[in-house]
Design a protein around this ligand. Sequence first.
Ligand SMILES: C[C@H](O)[C@H](O)[C@H]1CNC2=NC(N)=NC(=O)C2=N1
Length: 101
Amino acid sequence: MPLEPLSQKDIEERLAELPGWSLDGDRIARSYRLGSHFAAAALVVHIAQVQDELDHHSDLSLGYHSVSLTVNTHSVGGAVTEKDFELARRVEELASGHGAS
Ligand SMILES: C[C@H](O)[C@H](O)[C@H]1CNC2=NC(N)=NC(=O)C2=N1
């Protein structure tokens, strides 16, 4: 099925199931805290691996003890789609395995 922009209501319903995620303009976003810079870097690499697997890529940044990402879907002109939430759910699983909060 082709990707379509989600309505505001659809976005809010999905965000309600993803604590820590929020709408930032036309993107969904989350930041994580980790116990060290190296732990944060490892999470970035793991997220990059999943993004290539899904062929869907966030803007992903590494801080001192933090990782931040924002994502929308370029192919529909930069709107939020189901694919962004698929990535967000996968990242949540990963982050928990890395001890991120
Ligand atoms: C050709 C390739 O499949 C596309 O460019 C993919 C790659 N990653 C992507 N990532 C995001 N966030 N949106 C896209 O539309 C997108 N498209």
